[in-house]
Design a protein around this ligand. Structure first.
Ligand SMILES: [Zn+2]
Ligand SMILES: [Zn+2]
Length: 224
């Protein structure tokens, strides 16, 4: 299963239209992966084996089920359920605890999450490399409204991919995130202050949708 990691999606999505451009990229990547799971890729032995081993998380099962090709979802569900069926039995209290542990571990993995995370790690590295190589990209990065906490952490983790420019990149990245987290606190504060009768005539402005946007800032975009 191949998905080309280029700079095109970064250049396309890094703009001031949302609270996390990496979430926008993740949605596109995720949609491509789901499409592959519902089509040819699912027939490859290697992918089949990984589905059996890792399964899907509830979010990704729902997303697969919501799309076309229910037959493909059902076939994958059969093989996965047969894998779990082998882990159901316990003879005594001690082995029951062991089985419970093993079952919890077995059901906490997801092949789609794994592949998406792998791609997003490479995107975080590419952002740092772009910053180091393309001087014009700095302006584009600073035009965004920062990132959700999950993707911000990932960008921090891979900041060293900016090489000699790592310190400058981190200064810009941290400054950007701090500025926009502060903006969000201000917007939320005004949302609260508007409940005071003395402010009732004043406009709500950008605070009107501050709650759904802080949802993105704190937890990332909702899965759908
Ligand atoms: Zn995000
Ligand atoms: Zn998942």
């Amino acid at each position: 299963m191949n998905y080309h990691i280029g700079t095109a999606l970064i250049l396309q999505e890094f703009n001031p239209s949302c609270e996390c451009p990496m979430c926008k990229i993740e949605k596109i990547v995720e949609e491509n992966i789901l499409f592959q799971f519902l089509n040819d890729a699912v027939m490859e032995d290697d992918t089949r084996a990984r589905v059996n081993k890792l399964g899907f998380c509830a979010d990704h099962f729902d997303m697969l089920f919501a799309r076309q090709n229910k037959l493909s979802v059902a076939l994958q569900a059969i093989t996965r359920t047969n894998t779990l069926k082998k882990e159901l039995f316990a003879k005594d209290a001690k082995s029951a605890k062991k089985t419970a542990d093993a079952l919890r571990k077995l059901t906490s993995t997801c092949i789609v999450c794994d592949i998406v995370n792998d791609h997003m790690e490479r995107y975080a590295k590419t952002v740092a490399q772009l910053y180091a190589k393309e001087s014009a990209f700095r302006t584009q990065l600073l035009s965004t409204k920062g990132f959700c906490m999950k993707h911000y952490a990932s960008l921090l983790e891979h900041a060293d991919c900016a090489g000699l420019k790592t310190k400058a990149y981190l200064a810009d990245l941290c400054g950007l995130q701090d500025k926009h987290v502060e903006r969000m606190v201000g917007e939320l504060q005004w949302f609260c202050d508007k409940h005071d009768y003395r402010n009732r005539e004043k406009p709500l402005g950008s605070s009107a949708d501050a709650l759904p946007r802080i949802r993105v800032k704190l937890y990332g975009e909702k899965k759908s």
